[in-house]
Design a binder for this molecule. Structure first.
Ligand code: CAA
Length: 241
């Protein structure tokens, strides 16, 4: 039977490309979404993946969503913690709401989802957790103290959890995309974005598919010995040591 993969924020942007890629690799994909019904419908029609609406920032809502997925499709064996938002502002203008919201959606969500599939993965002796961080969690970004903190948090979460999953056949890795051609990046003011592209040695934005193929590899049997790793996919914009 096909292994079941949950992709949070899986109906748009990088998440949609991941859902599509995992489906073509033969996984049974459940794409989570927060509220955009149109995108979810398009995803079901175009990709033929089932979409599930729940708020990843709400632990109980995640529990209900995962119960629905498992009763429809079977035990969740792969999780891609991809859901994320930005709410940029320089720190002197950042409100408590801006801080909390980004930490809840981008970091606490990974706890909410992973914690509720973890015991099952341990019992079955197999699992794949793939966390989607960001170049800006590695290097920091002006205007993104909230987002950079959340995304750096995902890297620490990955490194700790990988050690706990290792003996149970569960790998835990983190992917750090650079600037990828998605709605989120296109929302950056044009002049700012132009200057950012100027700092990418490859000379272009990345493609969502270039993140998806990395996730497909990490989900595969071939990647069984890769755990606790930070996979940088950024066109050499930032080369971490
Ligand atoms: N470095 C240094 N100084 C900067 C700066 C930068 N990158 N950006 C702005 N400033 C300066 C301005 O020049 C200005 O200086 P003065 O006060 O001396 O004139 C000061 O900071 C304040 O600027 P603004 O009043 O224009 O600030 P603002 O309230 O309009 O906010 C901003 C500016 C929101 C930070 C805006 O610059 C911005 O959106 N930057 C892009 C942030 C970014 O890269 N976001 C990534 C989104 S995509 C993503 O996150 C996906 C992923 O994982 C990669």
């Amino acid at each position: 039977m096909a292994r079941v993969a949950v992709v949070t924020g899986g109906t748009r942007g990088i998440g949609k490309a991941i859902s599509e890629h995992l489906k073509t690799k033969g996984f049974e994909v459940a794409a989570n979404y927060g509220g955009n019904e149109e995108a979810a419908k398009a995803c079901e029609q175009e990709l033929g993946v089932k979409c599930y609406k729940f708020d990843v920032a709400d632990y109980d809502a995640v529990g209900e969503g995962l119960t629905a997925i498992e009763s429809d499709l079977g035990p969740v064996e792969i999780v891609v913690n991809n859901a994320g938002i930005t709410w940029d502002a320089p720190f002197h203008k950042m409100s408590k709401e801006q801080w909390d919201k980004v930490i809840d959606v981008d970091l606490n969500s990974a706890f909410n989802v992973t914690r509720q599939v973890w015991d099952g993965m341990r019992e079955r002796g197999w699992g794949r957790i793939i966390n989607i961080s960001s170049i800006n969690g590695q290097k920091g970004q002006f205007g993104q103290t909230n987002y950079s903190a959340a995304k750096a948090g995902l890297i620490g979460f990955t490194k700790a959890l990988a050690q706990e999953g290792a003996k149970k056949g569960i790998t835990v890795n983190v992917v750090c995309p650079g600037y990828i051609d998605t709605e989120m990046v296109r929302a950056v003011p044009e002049k700012v974005l132009e200057s950012i592209i100027g700092t990418i040695p490859v000379g272009r934005l990345g493609k969502a598919e270039e993140i998806a193929s990395m996730c497909g590899f990490l989900a595969s049997e071939d990647a069984a010995f890769i755990t606790g790793a930070t996979m940088t996919v950024n066109g050499a914009q930032y080369i971490a040591g």
